[in-house]
Design a protein around this ligand. Structure first.
Ligand SMILES: *[C@@H]1O[C@H](CO)[C@@H](O)[C@H](O)[C@H]1NC(C)=O
Ligand SMILES: *[C@@H]1O[C@H](CO)[C@@H](O)[C@H](O)[C@H]1NC(C)=O
Ligand SMILES: *[C@@H]1O[C@H](CO)[C@@H](O)[C@H](O)[C@H]1NC(C)=O
Ligand SMILES: *[C@@H]1O[C@H](CO)[C@@H](O)[C@H](O)[C@H]1NC(C)=O
Length: 297
């Protein structure tokens, strides 16, 4: 054991020089920026927890808030008002849920299409392939209207592909498949700036995939969220909600029990946050609270 930990320390010392993205410059940068107004609710796929749905509803203003569900990432031939996520919101008490969909950017650029967004309090992007959202909405009046929802203090939420689209860097955006991290679409809608967002991370064994992005763009903050777990963001304040974990790739390391030296791959550091944990996206640091306190092991 002792030999192993000595080796780890030596490895840490040498690889810190070989891998520039682990330098403290990355950690100290103040570049991650969440929305000044409104909230993001970013879900790592397979959304089941009523608590997460209810968080979206309450941040939107309550059961009468106007919630617009965008299923476009899903790639079905067509969608009606009974898209599954819309039904779930209704079953949980939301009274005004609209499904909004097109694949055609010319349609997305019309006032008629955009109309439901003008009074929307929340957007929810469903799962599928994130590039479909870019191809349909990027640069259109619809994209502008999405931004205005946040500007008015509303909510942008999404799960799976709908989580990745929230980042400024579009993780897994390739049209040929979801296993290419840096693909032919790399620009997300950027409601969370200077960040890449991955999803389904534990269930699909994706823990190390984020480094393919950070090798190309080391200044980004990586956030990889597991299923049925959300990161709720306002400004640079983030909080974890839901049943498993969000993984943070900020070049640093943090652990609940205060340990930190026992890292076998120092150039590939990440750590886990769970429900109740808080993170400062600007300082790129865990906010120590009672919830993050150690278990005194
Ligand atoms: C980051 O921003 C905070 C307040 O916004 C400031 O106090 C701090 O000095 C900044 N840190 C760096 C490294 O710029
Ligand atoms: C929703 O609106 C209805 C009337 O349209 C009103 O009776 C009800 O109290 C409202 N509910 C909430 C939670 O504001
Ligand atoms: C959606 O479901 C409701 C309730 O079951 C039904 O009345 C309505 O016709 C359905 N709408 C569509 C477009 O299928
Ligand atoms: C429901 O939401 C739509 C779309 O935002 C909006 O146009 C409509 O006025 C809302 N209806 C009610 C009763 O608030």
């Amino acid at each position: 054991m002792r030999l192993t930990s000595l080796f780890s320390v030596a490895l840490a010392a040498t690889t810190a020089l070989a891998f520039p993205y682990t330098k403290s410059a990355t950690r100290d940068s103040n570049t991650t920026v969440g929305p000044e107004n409104g909230h993001l609710v970013i879900v790592g796929g397979n959304l089941k927890s009523e608590a997460i749905y209810q968080r979206i509803i309450s941040l939107a203003g309550g059961y009468n808030a106007s919630i617009v569900v965008v299923p476009t990432a899903g790639g079905e031939a067509s969608y009606d008002q009974n898209f599954s996520t819309a039904i779930t919101f209704r079953e949980l008490g939301a009274t005004n849920v609209t499904v909004l969909h097109t694949y055609d950017p010319a349609v997305a650029d019309t006032d008629d299409f955009v109309a439901p967004l003008k009074s929307a309090n929340a957007i929810f992007f469903g799962g599928g392939r994130q590039w479909r959202l870019v191809d349909a909405y990027a640069g259109t009046k619809t994209e502008t209207a999405f931004n205005e929802v946040l500007g008015r203090g509303g909510v942008i939420s999404g799960s799976s592909a709908g989580a990745s689209i929230i980042g400024s860097f579009l993780a897994r955006g390739d049209t040929s498949g979801n296993d290419i991290l840096v693909g032919d679409h790399t620009v997300g809608f950027g409601y969370l700036k200077n960040a890449a967002i991955d999803q389904h991370v534990l269930v699909r064994n994706r823990h190390f995939d984020m480094f393919q992005i950070l090798e190309v763009q080391p200044e980004l903050l990586g956030i990889a969220i597991d299923e049925d777990t959300a990161v709720v963001v306002h400004g640079n304040d983030a909080e974890i909600v839901g049943s498993t974990y969000a993984l943070i790739y900020d070049g640093g390391f943090w652990s609940r029990d205060g340990s930190g030296g026992k890292y076998d791959l120092p150039e590939k550091k990440f750590y886990f946050l769970k429900a109740g944990d808080k993170y400062d996206l600007g300082a790129r640091k865990v906010v120590e609270t009672e919830a993050t306190g150690g278990d005194e092991l």
